[in-house]
Design a protein around this ligand. Structure first.
Ligand code: SF4
Length: 84
């Protein structure tokens, strides 16, 4: 009984974090059904196309941040080529 209540709380929490559009693009009829599938470990939050898009955007920004970092060895060599 306590496990059922715990799972219901998890479903409520995940449902509140999903967009609430009930569009069905994730394959579930609505956001709450996807939340139930996530709690049953038969689906992922990224099955929601909106959540997937958010995660891809965050990853793209992190990749751009990493691409802007110049390793010290490369920074030194660019100074040397500029000094010539
Ligand atoms: S794709 Fe996202 S917004 Fe659409 S029903 Fe599924 S969980 Fe809800």
């Amino acid at each position: 009984m306590s496990q059922a209540i715990l799972k219901l709380e998890q479903v409520d929490k995940i449902t509140n974090e999903l967009p609430g559009l009930d569009c069905g693009a994730c394959g579930s009829p609505n956001c709450r059904a996807l939340a139930e599938d996530i709690v049953r470990a038969v689906a992922f939050e990224t099955d929601c196309v909106i959540k997937l898009r958010e995660k891809v955007k965050i990853l793209a920004e992190e990749i751009l941040d990493l691409a802007r970092i110049v390793p010290p060895s490369m920074a030194d060599s660019s100074k040397k080529t500029n000094e010539k």
